[in-house]
Design a protein around this ligand. Structure first.
Ligand SMILES: Nc1nc2c(ncn2[C@@H]2O[C@H](COP(=O)(O)OP(=O)(O)OP(=O)(O)O)[C@@H](O)[C@H]2O)c(=O)[nH]1
Ligand SMILES: [Mg+2]
Length: 406
């Protein structure tokens, strides 16, 4: 059986008015979650409903208002449908027998925003001339269905599962080392460190090293140089905190791979390449730019808070003043991101990988560069190339991206 992994998927239903979007959703989920009527324009606001769809798992279904033609573009209904596009993992485009500029615009948007989609040709119980439509959509995944009789619904379900992006698990560091090798973790015990505890990435790094049957050595920054001198075999990897990285890089010989907990987390939880691409936007910032600092949790800010104080200060010094900073915190990805030139996201320790990837996608679809605290700090300290060395594939892709953009 095909399954899609454990995280919540967002499915968006789109299409013209009265094609049967709401009816199809109700049929697919086996519940009356959306109002159906023969009156076109029944659904006026997107309807969000979270539920389990067997065997897809936890899903949030978004029923969007229908739009009659492309002349409607720019009106409120389209704007609402458009917002749903940022969020979804997969789109279901519902059509009857016609293919208008609106459907073309939707498919165009799906392709541009890299949203996988399935076309559901609804009302198969009615005899309609669909030959022209089929010719136009041949190359896309499409299923003939009837919300009324249930015909094709199982096929649609299978197609949804097939097209949904699959989850990929990326370890924190175990793929960077071999059994028997040494991993050296440099852990600051300062005012920011929780009393009597190590923080999550440090604990995970220890656990993964042990699972790999490698050797984990944990030191504070003061003991680093001495430890390196004592070791007969140099470590296969040194991992340090971003905010100490310049000092630590000076103590670790160039030939020893060095990275930061944030870089490891960025890869483990999100998409390191996207976050590194985002950091390049710093060079396009001007004193008129707007930067959003995005925190996934609403913690009580520390006096020298990394996101609220230090990063704005370093960025301001780098650009030479004038940048407008805005702090956005909370689990929801904010909607009002007009004229934002860069998002600097926190490490996302309270988020799952799926949640982080969704946030990256939402930024990407809005065309806003996004990076994170750790990557930005390493960049602003001139150490990004060094800490990315253990990830030749990211460096290679990055070079490719830049060469293609030239
Ligand atoms: N014969 C037939 N009628 C259908 C089918 N699916 C929906 N309908 C009818 O089509 C009409 C519109 O259905 P809705 O589900 O409200 O359509 P919608 O796309 O959500 O419409 P809006 O919310 O106005 O955009 C209703 O009268 C439904 O009973 C189908 O498979 N066959
Ligand atoms: Mg509807």
């Amino acid at each position: 059986m095909l399954t899609t992994g454990g995280y919540r998927k967002y499915l968006g239903f789109f299409g013209k008015r009265n094609v049967g979007k709401s009816s199809l959703i109700n049929r697919l989920v086996g519940q009356e979650i959306s109002i159906v009527s023969e009156q076109p324009g029944t659904t006026t606001d997107p309807v969000y409903k979270s539920l389990e769809i067997h065997p897809i798992g936890p899903v949030t279904v978004i029923d969007t208002p229908g739009v009659d033609d492309v002349g409607d573009l720019g009106n409120l209904r389209v704007e609402r449908a458009k917002k749903a596009l940022y969020k979804i993992d997969l789109a279901i485009l519902v059509v009857d027998s016609s293919w208008s500029d609106y459907e073309k615009w939707l498919v165009n948007s799906f392709e541009k925003m890299e949203i996988p989609f399935v076309i559901a040709i609804n009302k198969s119980d009615i005899d309609l001339d669909r030959s022209d439509l089929i010719k136009r959509i041949e190359k896309f995944p499409h299923i003939l269905v009837s919300a009324k009789t249930g015909e094709g619904i199982e096929k649609l379900r299978e197609s949804i599962i097939k097209e949904l992006p699959k989850e990929e698990e990326i370890p924190l560091l175990s793929d960077l080392i071999d059994g028997g090798e040494i991993v050296l973790l440099v852990v600051p015990i300062d005012l920011g460190a929780p009393k009597g505890k190590l923080i999550m990435p440090q604990v995970e790094a220890i656990r993964e090293t042990l699972d790999r049957e490698a050797i984990c050595i944990v030191v504070k920054e003061r003991e680093l140089r001495w430890t390196l001198e004592k070791l007969k075999t140099p470590p296969a990897l040194v991992v340090a905190d971003s905010h100490l990285i310049s000092r630590i890089a000076a103590d670790v010989p160039e030939e020893i791979p060095l990275t930061t907990f944030s870089i490891l987390e960025a890869r483990h939880k999100g998409d390191l390449l996207e976050l590194v691409k985002g950091v390049k936007a710093i060079e396009n910032l001007t004193p008129e730019s707007k930067v959003v600092i995005m925190e996934a949790c609403s913690h009580i800010p520390l006096v020298e808070d990394i996101g609220r104080v230090k990063i704005p200060r370093w960025l301001t010094n780098h650009i030479g003043g004038g940048i407008e900073f805005e702090i956005k915190s909370g689990k929801e990805f904010p909607e009002d991101l007009e004229n934002v030139d860069l998002i600097v996201h926190c490490g996302g320790c309270t988020l799952t990988r799926a949640m982080m990837l969704r946030r990256l996608r939402e930024a990407k679809r809005r065309g806003i560069p996004i990076s994170n605290y750790g990557v930005v700090i390493s960049y602003l300290h001139g150490i990004i190339n060094r800490v990315l060395k253990p990830f030749p594939e990211v460096q290679a892709l990055l070079e490719e991206t830049y060469n293609a953009g030239k």
